[in-house]
Design a protein around this ligand. Structure first.
Ligand code: B12
Length: 211
């Protein structure tokens, strides 16, 4: 049985090969893919962030960890994403303008797909204008906004204001998330909901649609 703390350490070391190997082993052991992500990969990323804050790690270390995590998510996503089931609702999701962090947003998209939502992922560094255009064209039930930087959090509020200005706000529920985001901040910018992580986003999104 793979000890998920060894997977977490492989991420911390930025060791892509070992991360992929341990992820595959954990899957064949029968470990739940959601646990592999939260207790293994995401925990490792948390440690990388702490080391970056303390000056022990630099940008290339974060990049290597990100590459290792992305490679592992490629193996895990097909296990989590169900196909051919009736959709619970349509979600458009993206990381706001100025922010390149997309791993957490990808995890949320994968978890939502796995629980039966149809998800359109716009990627990262998405402008308010693009979000508005997508809401107008796609008519999603839910718009998910991700921000990982304190400097890009206000861009989430700008998207909500732009939706209001375009007369589209009442037709879509807005959920926000990302490491620096809180429920208080979500209330402050007028979002409909906040979820701390991908697992919690599932019941929150179902609740938004009364399901
Ligand atoms: C990997 C990483 C990078 C990678 C990103 C690669 C990529 N493609 O995503 C790279 C190296 C590119 C990077 C760059 C930078 N980074 Co960086 N990065 C990280 C790191 C280590 C991990 C982020 C991550 O992927 N975590 C794993 C995922 C799974 O977790 P998550 O993102 O938190 O997502 C979960 C929840 O937050 C939530 N969630 C996320 N989005 C959403 C959306 C919705 C709708 C919902 C409901 C929930 C939700 O659910 C997710 C899944 O459970 C964090 C540290 C940390 N602890 O967050 C720093 C961190 C975010 N980065 C930081 C910084 C400073 C930077 C740079 C400015 C560094 C620099 N000097 O250039 C640049 C900014 C570039 C830019 N313009 O965006 C700081 C931010 C500080 C701050 N408070 O603003 C952090 C916190 C590191 C630190 N401790 O100082 N980074």
């Amino acid at each position: 049985m793979v000890d998920l703390s060894t997977l977490s350490r492989a991420i911390e070391e930025g060791n892509r090969e070992k991360t992929v190997q341990l992820t595959a082993e954990a899957l064949s052991d029968g470990t739940n893919p959601q646990d592999i992500i939260t207790r293994g990969l995401q925990a490792g990323m948390g440690a990388v962030g702490e080391k970056f804050s303390s000056g022990e790690y630099f940008l290339p270390d974060m990049l290597m960890a990100a590459r290792a995590m992305k490679a592992a998510l490629e193996i895990l996503a097909p296990m989590l994403e169900k196909t051919g089931i009736p959709t619970l609702g349509k979600v458009v999701i993206g990381t706001v303008e100025g922010d390149m962090h997309d791993i957490g947003k990808n995890v949320v998209a994968t978890f939502l797909r796995g629980s039966g939502f149809e998800v359109r992922d716009l990627g990262s560094n998405v402008s308010a204008r693009r979000f508005v255009d997508e809401v107008r064209e796609q008519r999603p039930d839910i718009l998910g906004l991700s921000a990982l930087l304190t400097t890009t959090m206000p861009a989430m509020g700008n998207v909500i204001k732009a939706l209001q200005a375009a007369g589209l706000r009442s037709g879509v529920k807005v959920i926000v998330g990302g490491a620096p985001v809180t429920q208080d901040y979500a209330n402050y910018i007028g979002a409909d909901a906040y979820a701390h992580d991908g697992g919690k986003a599932i019941p929150v999104c179902k609740g938004l649609l009364g399901k």
